[in-house]
Design a binder for this molecule. Structure first.
Ligand code: SAM
Length: 469
């Protein structure tokens, strides 16, 4: 694209902010092709030979500010590859990778990603937590929350609860709670212009003002949920100061307990990326420690309760039966799988493992009244006294955990057939639940379930994930 298609007042805003010379350099960057990035999934990819295979296949080059981030060549199309379906990487704009790097999540922490869909930052946070601690990934819009839950599942994340709530609904439940909060705010998207020209049509000075108002509302809820000593990363993919530096200046002005730890911009004319702003704020440790305790208890007691659309049960006869069916099934079918670090809950017939951290024990009471598309890891369904494993369980398992695996080459016709939902022919000796996996390097990685009997492998890949042509 050329800068001629940009709104005149956007160009004026840039020249005003950067000066004529640098402003022109910025505007000239619109003549350059956009950048493409992916981040490899450390929760799954553990061997160097698998990473090397991806580097070669997609002509990857490292992103300087993210050790797991790479630029890829557009024509290699990694989003269409079976390794993408296996969750070996996440397609993410390179400059957007900077926010979680600055947030610096740690294993064992209690973390909130407040505006999380489709899941770029959530999956990056979860990888850094390395299966320890609790991540609440929230998205306000139902359709986007569903996509978020699918991405969390594809990447094999066990320790995340996906909620679909408004920021005030969450802050009423989780005051002064989180060690770290990621707020990747809805913004006017000036950094999307090269990637998505429709963002240009939606942009106007009025939309900048509207976004800023909304950001301020969300930021106040985010701050209310940050615990003393906690860290908040605020990020946008827009360039104007109103939604960035001025928003942070307002926080510092109105919240004396908050201090700015770091501020970073990725500019498209200076670095290889579409552009991002990140501010890292810290809440003073001492000032509010006492207040924190009091307010947490009070809020637990006072929080609004509504009717949960799918009530979860933590202790009931059905739950015990479901759990027993799961553990019995696991011993034979998924013997290497460790279901630790969570509490089982039952939603209807769906059995989940609800993650917890040392400091936050999320229970169904605390989540009542908000939608929870994913109450942690979906283990499977307990139907008519039988356990049926969930797709999420296959994605969170390692191929080595399973008693029976069919590992296929990426370019084999069997793999294509499986991804299209077809039945495969196998030895008549193979019987029961089988993980179908794709090879990468010297290992193989689960794609989904199938069930073998009579020399046929019946396909259990969820219909919505099957390839259409
Ligand atoms: C920039 S996107 C998040 C991208 C995501 N963090 C990622 O890395 O994939 C901002 C998100 O905020 C959500 N959003 C919109 N209005 C909101 C509001 N009032 N409160 C909270 N989130 C909102 C949007 O639906 C959108 O998914």
């Amino acid at each position: 694209m050329s800068d001629r298609s940009l709104p005149a007042n956007f160009k004026e805003q840039i020249i005003q902010m950067l000066g004529q010379e640098e402003g022109n350099a910025f505007l000239n960057s619109y003549e350059q092709p956009r950048t493409y990035g992916l981040r490899i999934n450390q929760l799954k990819l553990k061997t160097n030979d698998a990473i090397d295979e991806l580097i070669q296949a997609f002509k990857l080059r490292p992103v300087p500010w993210c050790s797991t981030g790479y630029y890829y060549e557009e024509d290699t199309r990694p989003g269409k590859h079976p390794h993408h379906m296996a969750g070996l990487y996440y397609i993410q704009e390179p400059s957007a990778m900077s926010a979680v790097e600055l947030l610096d999540p740690q294993p064992g922490e209690t973390i909130l990603d407040l505006a999380a869909a489709p899941g770029g930052k959530t999956t990056q946070i979860a990888a850094k937590m390395n299966g320890q601690g609790l991540l609440i990934s929230n998205e306000i819009h139902p359709q986007r929350a569903k996509i978020l839950a699918e991405n969390v599942e594809r990447m094999g994340i066990r320790g995340a609860i996906v909620t679909q709530a408004t920021p005030p609904e969450l802050s009423a439940r989780f005051p002064l709670t989180f060690d770290r909060i990621m707020l990747d705010a809805p913004c006017s998207g000036e950094g999307m212009f090269r990637k998505d020209p429709s963002a240009i049509e939606e942009w106007s000075p009025a939309s900048v003002a509207l976004c800023a108002n909304r950001q301020w509302d969300i930021l106040q809820d985010a701050i209310a949920m940050l615990k003393p000593g906690g860290t908040l990363a605020y990020s946008t993919c827009t360039f104007n100061r109103t939604e960035n530096e001025e928003m942070i200046a307002r926080v510092l002005n109105e919240y004396p307990e908050m201090r700015l730890k770091a501020e970073k911009r990725v500019w498209p004319h200076l670095r290889q990326g579409e552009g991002h702003y990140v501010a890292v704020l810290e809440r003073d440790q001492q000032a509010e420690e006492q207040a924190a305790l009091g307010r947490t208890n009070e809020a637990r007691a006072n929080k609004k309760r509504g009717k949960s659309s799918r009530a979860g049960r933590e202790s009931s006869k059905e739950l015990l039966n479901a759990w027993e069916a799961f553990t019995t099934w696991t011993k034979l079918d998924l013997p290497g799988f460790q279901a630790d670090g969570g509490i089982p809950v039952l939603f209807g017939e769906a059995l989940y493992l609800l993650p917890r951290s040392k400091e936050l024990n999320v229970d169904m009471e605390l989540l009542s009244g908000i939608k929870v598309p994913r109450a942690g890891l979906h283990l499977g369904d307990y139907r008519k006294n039988r356990f049926v494993p969930a797709h999420a369980l296959a994605m969170a398992a390692e191929a080595e955990d399973e008693a029976r695996v069919v590992a296929l080459e990426t370019n084999s016709s069997e793999l294509a057939a499986y991804l299209h939902g077809e039945t495969l022919n196998v030895s008549t000796e193979l019987r029961g639940w089988v993980i179908v996996a794709v090879k990468c390097g010297s290992s193989s990685y689960p794609l989904g379930w199938s069930k073998a009997s009579g020399g046929q492998l019946k396909n259990h890949l969820p219909k919505g994930l099957r390839l259409m042509h």
